[in-house]
Unconditional design. Structure first.
Length: 527
């Protein structure tokens, strides 16, 4: 079945799903959330880095101060006491030497060695695990103090070792070695306390960063939200939507650009509306002016057609051609007048409760199509409609099927649930289907011709669009070429009822046009 015109595309109800999805994205991963998270992460990384660096530097400084003091104390004390030791020492003198060095170092554990002799200032102390072989080798091989930090029984210690040399000029190694063991637990506790205090300061830093991020987000995002709101209003048709420009930053430039764009769009829309209004007035005026001469031409053409049998063959053909084209021109003028009334919103429904099966049968009988169309009408279907408008819709759809499709042409009347109507998630394509709780009336007109390609189905309701290049005209076509406004008028008439017309490809080929009308209408809808 061929579409020969249209008044635009079928509208779909606006869904709130997109708005809800945008809102959920703002809540889950919006710019405000990302900005706050970024601030907090940067502050946390900075605080952790600063804490690690401060702990490392503080620990290094404490240990260095402790070990420098220990080395100096051991060197000074050993130098003072070593002069009183007779070499080679015996066990008693070596023990006395270790005790004197320990007394001068604050009772630190001191170990003195001379060849195979070993003396400890505290006989009960275990020193083997704290004086390593590496440190003993370094002391024996060197000529100065050496130190090493060791862990013994999970506790930190500093061990300072140094050789005792002769006081003569070559400062030869006397064979006497001294090791002093210093407890580092106090220093460990000090650095741990410092780390704890810095850790305790992380939470206030993070909270402060979050507060600053919220303040920054509010400052930055407030104009962005205003701009987004104005953009949505503009997209919904409010061409007067503008944003207030404050400041001189990039956001102000963006707002200024938006306002300029909106101004240009509003001016362009005003010009287009004015031109469209002029064009509609021109079409209405021309159509109105053509009606009077067309009435005279139609009358003359009718007289010529009635007397055509008495005229020569060529004159008879000319008379019949004039009559047919005059009738076609008259239909075109009437269609233009009808479209003009739709554009001017000057059409009102004369709605009344109507038996739709009787309306369809009467429409087919009025045009002599009863024998050419197969009907499948559900009886008893009544709805509040404008009978004349429904007749126009059926006549246009069936006429297109007869002119451009192929037999059999079928007209099916039925009812369907609201869930299957166009614009609902289920979507309606094809024939009418009865179901529980019916709320829609469907009138399906189907043919078995070549059908409409997808690009033609998209434009079949456009005004003056003709899909004849894609469809073959039937040999039974005696009505002449359509005006290209039939399906446009049909769609506008359906919309007046709160319905629409759907087009699809038939299951067995051909095109299927389905008229959807509300089965029940409120007093507000019925004009």
């Amino acid at each position: 079945m061929s579409g020969t015109g249209g008044a635009g595309r079928r509208g779909r109800p606006r869904s709130s799903g997109g708005r809800q999805e945008r809102r959920s994205r703002r809540l889950v991963g919006g710019l405000r959330t990302r900005l706050v998270v970024t601030f907090v992460v940067v502050a946390l990384i900075s605080a952790v880095t600063a804490t690690a660096l401060a702990y490392r530097d503080a620990r290094t400084a404490v240990l260095r101060r402790t070990q420098d003091a220990a080395v100096n104390d051991v060197r000074t004390r050993v130098t003072a006491v070593a002069a009183e030791v007779d070499l080679p020492p015996d066990q008693r003198s070596l023990a006395r030497f270790a005790a004197k060095v320990s007394d001068g170092l604050g009772a630190r554990i001191v170990v003195a060695r001379y060849q195979d002799l070993v003396a400890v200032s505290d006989p009960l102390a275990d020193t083997e695990g704290r004086i390593t072989v590496a440190l003993r080798s370094a002391v024996r091989a060197g000529d100065g103090a050496r130190f090493q930090r060791v862990m013994w029984r999970n506790e930190p210690y500093l061990v300072v070792g140094m050789p005792v040399t002769y006081a003569d000029g070559d400062r030869r190694f006397s064979g006497l070695e001294v090791f002093a063991i210093t407890d580092l637990r106090a220093e460990r506790d000090d650095t741990a306390a410092l780390l704890d205090s810095v850790r305790a300061g992380l939470l206030p830093v993070v909270v402060l960063a979050a507060v600053l991020a919220l303040l920054a987000a509010g400052t930055v995002l407030r104009p962005v939200r205003k701009l987004g709101r104005a953009t949505r209003e503009l997209a919904e048709g409010d061409l007067g939507s503008r944003v207030t420009v404050t400041g001189h930053d990039e956001l102000a430039d963006l707002a200024r650009t938006f306002n300029e764009t909106a101004d240009a769009l509003q001016a362009s829309d005003a010009r287009l509306r004015e031109q469209e209004a002029k064009a509609r007035r021109f079409v209405a005026d021309v159509s109105h002016e053509l009606r009077t001469p067309l009435a005279a031409m139609t009358m003359v053409a009718t007289v010529l057609e009635e007397d055509a049998d008495q005229l020569p063959a060529d004159a008879a053909r000319a008379a019949r051609t004039v009559g047919a084209e005059t009738a076609r021109l008259a239909r075109l003028v009437e269609d233009l007048m009808e479209i003009s009334r739709f554009d001017a919103n000057a059409i009102r429904l004369n709605a009344a409760e109507t038996d739709l099966a009787d309306t369809v049968r009467a429409s087919l009988a009025l045009r002599g199509w009863t024998d050419r169309v197969e009907v499948r009408l559900e009886e008893g279907v009544r709805a509040v409609v404008d009978r004349r408008r429904v007749d126009v819709i059926v006549a246009n759809l069936v006429g297109n099927a007869l002119r451009h499709g192929a037999p059999p042409v079928t007209v099916t009347l039925g009812t369907g649930p609201a869930a299957s109507a166009p614009g609902t998630p289920a979507g309606a394509r094809g024939g009418a289907s009865a179901g529980p709780d019916p709320e829609w009336v469907t009138v399906e007109v189907a043919d078995h011709g070549p059908g409409l390609p997808p690009e033609a189905r998209e434009r079949v309701f456009d005004r003056f669009y003709k899909a004849d290049a894609a469809r073959t005209r039937s040999a039974a076509d005696t009505g002449g070429q359509g005006s290209g406004l039939g399906t446009a008028i049909a769609l506008e008439s359906a919309r007046l009822h709160g319905g629409t017309i759907d087009v699809a490809e038939g299951a067995e080929g051909g095109a299927v046009f389905t008229l959807w009308l509300p089965l029940r209408r409120t007093g507000e809808d019925a004009e």
